[in-house]
Design a protein. Sequence first.
Lengths: 137, 137
Amino acid sequence: MNKPCLSANDIQERLQNAGVQPTLQRLAICKFVLNEADHPTADDVKEWADVNLGKISQATVYNTLNTLVDAGILKEFKFPHSGKVVYDCNTHDHFHFVDESTGKIYDIDPADVKIDIAIPKKFKVKDIKLVLKGEIK
Amino acid sequence: MNKPCLSANDIQERLQNAGVQPTLQRLAICKFVLNEADHPTADDVKEWADVNLGKISQATVYNTLNTLVDAGILKEFKFPHSGKVVYDCNTHDHFHFVDESTGKIYDIDPADVKIDIAIPKKFKVKDIKLVLKGEIK
DNA sequence: ATATTTGCAAAGCCTTTGCAGGGGA
DNA sequence: TCCCCTGCAAAGGCTTTGCAAATAT
């Protein structure tokens, strides 16, 4: 995964442009998810925050992540293999590959996938979710 | 959806072949899901059972459905748009189309979909989940 | 007689919500 | 000041689990 590595300023700007007050918690969580984390769950974020931010409440973690999702800064995904929501700093349309042994998630560029669907034309497809599962050699 | 409409005997046989004791509840639920229901949730099954079987416990509904899944008679799916597990009597590999306005789920024959994935060959794809969302005209 | 299955209730997991206190604009 | 943010705890939705009573082989 190739993280863009945004500066604190970049992040503050993004939050403000999205109309989100750049509080300490939001800046920190946003920085973590955008620069360091790889498809973290709320729990992952909470654990990181406990270590790196001092105690923060679970509710704030959820609220913050939801705020960032609403602001379009993050995307959330649910995968079949886990009950937990996963946050993705890649907000572009894309697909996923799940390593079945580790659970690690890899983004797949839709340009690398060609999908031809021959279903009756009354089905108007507006959104495609593709999740590949397998192993990595 | 084209249900095969199995007789009570067919179903009893299927359960027994799978090594599952054909109790009243299992036969009834199995018959409902195989013959009548369309991608029901555990809740849907419970509601149906309350009306058609006399009271049954929620736990038994879940246990029964899990037993049927383990036996390979049903498949379970989780979709991003709902937190609930959905049961499918189509145990063959297949994809799904979700009507975004009603939530109704349609099975898609994999033969109708061609997927070409050009990702590095270290990714060994063993399983493909494809969920289409859209509307039906 | 022995192994399953059922029902009930309680607990579990993940997430959201209510409310009071606190901090920033 | 005023509004939004935070923290805590409680509740919510879905599913599983523990245990005793009922049932099947």
